[in-house]
Design a protein around this ligand. Structure first.
Ligand SMILES: Cc1cc2nc3c(=O)[nH]c(=O)nc-3n(C[C@H](O)[C@H](O)[C@H](O)COP(=O)(O)O)c2cc1C
Length: 147
């Protein structure tokens, strides 16, 4: 029977350590994937090669967030979808430069089109400054383990 280890696995190094330490067949990632779905490919790459993948681009996180939010509207309906999207938008943008103000303002928006437009505005601005995702707090760099 396959054994899966989990709990607080947030970096490729932690995944490798837990796999070695427990001898488990796989690891399961929960919270660390919220807003950072590329963690799976990052861990996979690290386990296979021992090297770090390049960070995702701001364009990729932009597209992922928009697609996810539109899926939420479709699945839950516009009203409930808008509210559920707020927490996902928060996860996607947590730690990104100048994002605290964005999240506070985002959480007051009550209109679906406005929510989408504001996501576009935030990420377009970010993309102008940097090609790759840049986190404000450098402890997050370690946490993400992408360089
Ligand atoms: C977004 C999310 C989805 C999850 N989905 C599942 C699931 O489908 N099956 C399951 O057994 N546990 C699921 N869990 C629980 C986690 O696998 C895990 O037990 C728990 O979150 C602790 O691990 P973490 O520290 O990586 O979050 C989920 C957790 C989160 C946050």
């Amino acid at each position: 029977m396959p054994l899966i280890a989990n709990g607080d696995i947030t970096t490729p190094e932690k995944a490798q350590f837990v796999l070695k330490y427990t001898g488990a067949d796989a690891v399961m990632i929960g919270r660390a994937a919220q807003g950072r779905p590329w963690i799976f490919r990052e861990i996979d790459h690290y386990l296979k090669t021992g090297t770090y993948l390049t960070r995702p681009t701001n364009d990729e996180i932009h597209e992922t967030t928009i697609e996810h939010v539109k899926d939420l509207y479709e699945f839950y309906g516009e009203n409930k979808g808008l509210r559920i999207a707020r927490k996902h938008i928060s996860w996607y943008t947590k730690g990104l430069k100048n994002s605290a103000y964005f999240r506070a303002a985002m959480n007051k928006i009550e209109d679906n089109n406005e929510q989408i437009d504001y996501i576009h505005l935030f990420f377009e601005d970010l993309s102008k400054k940097n090609k790759y995702i840049a986190y404000e707090d450098h402890s997050n760099d370690k946490e993400l383990a992408v360089r």
